[in-house]
Write a protein that binds this ligand. Structure first.
Ligand code: SF4
Length: 503
């Protein structure tokens, strides 16, 4: 069957085997290979929305294929696809080079098939991107489900896509920017893993369709979507309300979200992650909707700051043991405030006590590369994490985990740090898409970073990251949180990047 659209996820670099980049540190804490093979969650919302509106969709994760097999021929694979449109994601900027290489391959193999780009980085760089002869359309914004269906209808009927909101396109070589008018407050999106499974069976392609396909089944999780345009405004994040130019948070109906979470839990033994702090929108309604459905498997919630006993009790009343992710960023409360999170360690530690006493577990993330942060301060954050991990895991084995990393390799375009570097304490090494493509092709991670801070240079960030991350691996091993080949793998990535290839 000829799909209406093939959604292609590119590797960060196609020729990484020849280039031999030492970028492993960049993915050491996110369980991804250095080609960044996770496709954006938007692929799953697009799959569901488009199929619900009678379109055929093919998801093809080229990054997983390229990473797993030296013999995989991306050009041959693209040649075999015959969609009405190719959809390439440029969501995370690390794919700047791979996405444009992929667009070129699509055009060379199928000159008559239009190539569409989407994702947050594609939206930010739409004016630069549309200049490429290999790019025909760009759909801007965080919500492109309905505009994409409109575009497919226009293409089917041979009409000019003049009425498709958020679309950037070309008419006789001239760029046309349709109004950026679609940014819904109530999101008509769903993630339906049943569809994903049907998709896997239809195309006999397991790893190419699972979010965690590269390492599956050793590592697997399910994500859901709570909101778009987070209200938190962390300095380096490009997914914030401010960065997206939203006037309001994009939210979902709590009953639909609760149904989705439960049906996901019925399909798979793995936990379901709910990213984005649910306190941003009617938490009581979601908690109540979940409680009524009596989930039995773990649900992991991300909180942007301490919840306090009353809220944590409410979360615990849903049923499964609490599983909370928090990012205090630093042990230093002033640095934490500077990054956008104004709370003290006392409240954080009170939350940990409550969560662990209640039989739950927690994960803490610390950040390297906050303006004003020095090498000594980074190491004090590791000391702080070590104290917490040793103290709590002695009493509640395996229940408190933590990690530390810089935002690698790029701070997000559109973020406060990217738009106001001097005011926020950053210095940038690249602004344009072309400059970021060039950075991605540097072999040494020290030359890839698009930023440094007022207190740490790029080289210092990587050096201190290597040291801090290696120490964290040791702490986590001692606390029984990291074992065997996983510890070896993380250590190898850290050492490779930290040595600049001299190891
Ligand atoms: S990094 Fe901060 S701003 Fe971005 S989604 Fe997470 S909490 Fe929101």
């Amino acid at each position: 069957m000829r799909p209406h659209i093939a959604l292609l996820h590119p590797p960060s670099l196609f020729d990484f085997r020849e280039l031999k980049p030492r970028h492993g540190l960049a993915t050491a804490t996110v369980a991804s290979s250095p080609v960044f093979e996770y496709y954006p969650l938007g692929f799953l919302t697009l799959l569901e929305y488009l199929e619900r509106h009678s379109f055929d969709v093919r998801i093809f994760n080229l990054a997983v294929k390229v990473a797993r097999s030296r013999r995989f021929d991306a050009r041959k694979a693209v040649r075999k696809l015959e969609p009405m449109v190719f959809g390439v994601d440029l969501h995370w900027l690390v794919h700047a080079d791979g996405a444009l290489q992929l667009a070129r391959i699509c055009k060379e193999e199928h000159p008559g098939v239009p190539v569409l780009f989407g994702g947050l980085s594609a939206s930010y760089y739409h004016r630069e991107l549309i200049q490429s002869p290999h790019v025909d359309y760009i759909l801007r914004g965080d919500s492109t489900e309905q505009p994409l269906a409109d575009l497919l209808r226009a293409l089917q009927s041979g009409d000019e896509p003049v009425a498709v909101p958020n679309l950037v396109w070309k008419r006789d070589g001239q760029v046309v920017e349709n109004p950026f008018s679609y940014q819904p407050e109530l999101l008509d999106v769903r993630i339906d893993y049943r569809r994903t499974i049907r998709h896997i069976l239809r195309y006999r392609d397991l790893r190419g369709n699972l979010l965690t396909g590269y390492q599956w089944p050793a590592y697997a999780f399910n994500m859901t979507l709570f909101c778009r345009g987070c209200l938190m405004n962390c300095l380096t994040c490009g997914g914030t309300n401010w960065a997206l130019g939203r006037s309001k948070l994009g939210v979902r109906d709590p009953e639909i979200l609760a149904d989705e979470i439960l049906s996901t839990q019925e399909l798979t033994p793995h936990g379901v992650g709910v990213p984005g702090d649910i306190r941003q929108h009617e938490p009581d309604r979601l908690i109540d909707a979940l409680r009524r459905r009596k989930p039995t498997r773990p649900l992991s919630f991300e909180l942007s700051g301490p919840g306090g006993e009353e809220f944590l009790r409410e979360l615990a009343s849903i049923g499964p043991p609490l599983d909370i992710h928090m990012s205090p960023e630093s042990h230093d409360e002033e640095l934490r405030r500077r990054y956008g999170r104004g709370y003290g360690n006392e409240r954080l530690e009170a939350d940990l006590d409550f969560i662990l006493r209640a039989g739950g577990k927690a994960f803490l993330f610390f950040l390297i590369g906050i303006p004003g942060q020095t090498r000594a301060s980074v190491m004090e954050s590791v000391d702080y994490a070590e104290r917490l991990l040793e103290h709590h895991n002695a009493r509640y084995p395996g229940k408190l985990d933590a990690n530390i990393s810089p935002p690698l390799p790029f701070i997000d375009p559109g973020s406060l740090a990217f738009e106001r570097p001097e005011e926020t304490g950053y210095r940038l090494f690249a602004r344009s898409l072309a400059e970021h493509r060039k950075l991605m092709r540097q072999p040494d991670l020290r030359d890839v970073l698009n930023f440094e801070t007022d207190t740490l240079s790029r080289a210092e960030i990587i050096d201190v990251a290597g040291e801090a991350m290696e120490r964290m691996i040791g702490v986590r091993e001692r606390c029984g949180l990291l074992k065997g080949k996983w510890a070896d793998r993380e250590r190898a990535r850290v050492l490779e990047a930290a040595s600049g290839g001299r190891a």
